[in-house]
Design a binder for this molecule. Structure first.
Ligand code: ADP
Ligand code: MG
Length: 328
């Protein structure tokens, strides 16, 4: 029987990850809930990948939703329920054990929403709950020397938000959060294909296109992809060939907005720290960091070296894990 247990959670807009001290990352699931709308208030029937798989395959009364979609807690009850289900899966200690949970929430989350996350974790069995800023967790997980006087820049690109921050001496010196990230790229691809080809595609297909051939900068061996959807003219199924160049064109505005956030943050950085960043470079984390050529584009436009962190999707939860190990 365990008498204490430390758990770190990355409550992301696309994915929720759970780290258990001594075990590592034990949960990696989409931040999706399936609700049965016949009940009032609605009843959560599944969370995570199980919920995601129910999309489009369930009776009409069940709907799958992403409660954190735009970097805010859009559906509070669903978020709390999802968090509770994940925490209950992670807690293996006795109910009397001192369970400590550190949760990382998107930085756009309000004070009220933070309290709500805290309450949800408590009611799932946590004795102590602490919240950590997303860019800080990302920086720690990416192995940046956050406690140093030397400034480091972290750019975390998730589904709903992109967060840019400069950290030094254990604190966030300056930061910027924009609601333009992976999801907006997917939406931009949907809009582009609808306008150019009168073809309607779904979100999953758009994400697929982005991951398979999408890029922020021209790359070696660019190809094309066959895309299926519904013809908006006659309503029948139709397919078209989409090139990597078209996908880059579709995502251009989104990528530029992330670039602008990097520029603005650099402008707001005190000169001494800006000099550190020029020397040490910018680190990218989050799923969006995996977009081909994004590092190259930022490097070229900002004139500063850029590196993608190892396992960028894991940095935030790894950061909470490192914090838990340290403060014990
Ligand atoms: P969040 O922290 O908001 O939950 P994640 O860091 O988990 O987000 O990243 C999810 C986003 O990363 C999604 O928009 C997803 O489409 C995108 N993503 C994942 N892999 C890739 C890839 N190889 N190329 C481009 N985007 C990717
Ligand atoms: Mg994230």
């Amino acid at each position: 029987m365990l008498f204490s247990q430390d758990i770190g959670i990355d409550l992301g807009t696309s994915n929720t990850l759970v780290f258990v001290k001594g075990k590592g990352i034990i949960i990696r699931e989409p931040s999706v809930v399936a609700v049965d709308q016949r009940f009032n208030p609605v009843r959560v029937v599944a969370v995570g990948s199980e919920a995601k798989e129910m999309i489009g395959r369930t009776p009409g009364s069940i709907a799958a939703l992403r409660p954190l979609r735009d970097g805010v807690i859009a559906d509070f009850d669903a978020t709390a329920e999802m968090l509770k289900k994940f925490i209950r899966k992670a807690i293996t200690a006795s109910p009397f054990a001192k369970t400590r949970i550190m949760i990382c929430v998107p930085s756009g989350v309000t004070e009220v929403e933070r309290r709500a996350v805290n309450d949800a974790a408590k009611s799932a069995g946590a004795r102590y709950v602490s919240l950590i800023e997303e860019p800080m967790a990302a920086a720690i997980g990416a192995g940046l020397p956050v406690e140093n006087a030397t400034g480091s820049m972290i750019v975390d690109i998730g589904g709903g938000t992109a967060e840019v921050a400069v950290v030094a001496l254990g604190d966030i010196v300056t930061s910027r959060s924009v609601k333009v990230a992976g999801d907006s790229c997917d939406e931009a691809i949907i809009n582009y294909i609808r306008k150019k080809y009168n073809l309607l595609i779904g979100e999953r297909t758009a994400e697929d296109i982005k991951i398979q051939i999408g890029s922020a900068y021209p790359y070696e061996g660019e190809g094309a992809m066959n895309v299926k959807g519904r013809n908006l003219v006659d309503g029948l199924p139709k397919d078209v060939e989409i090139t990597a160049e078209e996908v880059r064109e579709a995502m251009k505005d989104c990528v530029n907005q992330v670039l602008d956030a990097v520029r603005t943050t650099l402008e707001n950085t005190p000169p001494e720290l800006a000099a550190d960043i020029i020397d040490r470079g910018i680190t990218l984390t989050g799923g969006g960091a995996l977009l081909r050529g994004l590092d190259k584009l930022i490097e070229k436009e900002a004139g500063i070296p850029v590196r993608v962190a190892d396992n960028p999707l894991d940095c935030v939860v790894e950061g909470t894990g490192i914090c838990l190990e340290k403060h014990h």
